[in-house]
Design a protein. Sequence first.
Length: 241
Amino acid sequence: MNILEIKDLVKDFGGLRAVDSLSLSIEEGEILGLIGPNGAGKSTAFNCIAGVYPPTGGEIYFAGEKINRSKPWNLCKKGLARTFQIVKPFSSKSVLYNVMVGSFATTDKTSVAEEKALKVLKLLQFEDKKDERAGNLTIAERKRLEIARALATEPKLLLFDEVMAGLRPAEVDEMVQIIQNLRHQGITIFVIEHIMRAIMALSDRIVVIHFGSKIAEGSPQEVASDENVIKAYLGDEYVVS
């Protein structure tokens, strides 16, 4: 069953078309990658799915329900969560407090929110930082906190927007393992990422967009050998023989 379906999605900003007739679907339990050059429309598409921007045209369905005009907080309660490229935690508050904010999407009881937050921190092997001020965390730790906050909302579908940007190679490998483990927890993953070795290792399928339009879709191997993708984005070093 498809948990997300996008049909001919269009998003215009004045005279600029950022997303142009984009169609794709994600099956439950799948990891779908979305790649393309800077300015290709990837984050704009995410923002339309997550309710930040209303689409100019087309249709978006989550778990069979049309969500074109849904607000982000309502989508969150339905099980659609996302992370952001620029991580902005409540810097003066503890890690636990930050994750509890996410927990309140599904409960209004502080004790329950704390219990949920602690479970998430344990899942991410981050419970030792629960009393640390978020402002004192490293970039890698802030990225993990961003994931924890999203996980605390109990998502069915999780959108990752460049969650590995700025990480060192060893930290990228660790993040790949975290995301793979989330899939094993029954969460469907839709991920934007520029680190090719990570997106290729993670994804069951990859969609490539350029100037807002889809130019390729397939397995990582198929995408890496697609001539249009190589010319538009990957470069000759990703040619698959």
